[in-house]
Design a protein around this ligand. Sequence first.
Ligand code: APR
Length: 323
Amino acid sequence: MNYSPTAPVSRRNPKVTVIGAGKVGTTLTQRIAEKNLADVVLLDIVAGMPQGIALDLTEARGIELHDSKIVGTNDYDDTANSDLVVITAGLARKPGMNREDLLQINAKIVVDVAKQAIKRSPKAIFIVITNPLDVMTYLVWQATDLPPQKVVGMAGVLDSSRLQTFIAMELGIAPQDVSAMVLGGHGDLMLPLPRYCTVRGIPITELMDDSTIAKLVERTRHGGGEIVKLLQTGGAYFAPASSACLMVEAIMHDRSSLLPAAAYLQGEYGLNNIFLGVPCTLGSQGVESILQVQLTPEEQESLQASAESVRKNLKLAQASAKI
Ligand code: APR
């Protein structure tokens, strides 16, 4: 066998910045690192905290056997040249607080962090997690001035995975065998689509009666609130982090995965100039395409109502963030 020496390969791990080292940001950082998807820079406004979390995660590296470097920081310069920026910064919901209550505070935070991040990583794709999701995703798009396909919001994957879980629990089967679809805004007006939920290709409408389906849909709609009520001190973070990680993976591996996510609509579903949860393909360029599924007139009406609520909140948020 001939051996021909070649120049050493210079390899740089992809770089993901996670802004907000709270519950969601920290859990997401752990998932990205342990899956070997990228090096992670974890940034927070609180001094010392992201550094402590990064060190703690790094000290597990020899046990978890991954190659991702994790840096904690309060300085945006450390985020320079990121391939992907994930925004989780903001306040989380407290009991009795709905997503809209957070609107004004989180609007200012999200616009500020997006502007800081884009300055250092002008080619990055942005995933937004901060609530209220669809509104915050629009603000990040405005603040970064990126092409709309490079900004996407994480909500549909989480809502769909909640519905997937509840269907699996009801039928007593593995969640992996269930495929669920939730469209619309991330909030009480989300639009779960039982007609497009299947168990290994079998529509759930053939496996459950209408009232059982309605019960699962209702639980999904209030899935975030159910956890807030139980935890008392903040919102869900394991499933949100897993959902965001799936999107990071789709982008990093250029998968063209079909996932429900908040994408910019330009006529799709009869809607314009809005970020809303729709099925789209995610790959290395961000949102590659939007899939338009057939909706009944009632479903189209619900989607429209969801869009109107997002638009109303967007106006308030834009005024408070002065954008
Ligand atoms: N810059 C950087 N980080 C900030 C800023 C800012 N301007 N403002 C707040 N943060 C940080 C906080 O210091 C905190 O560490 O954002 C983090 C938010 O973390 P948590 O309060 O633990 O919230 P979490 O549960 O992670 O949820 C984050 O995701 O699901 C959504 O509704 C949820 O909007 C919320 C977000």
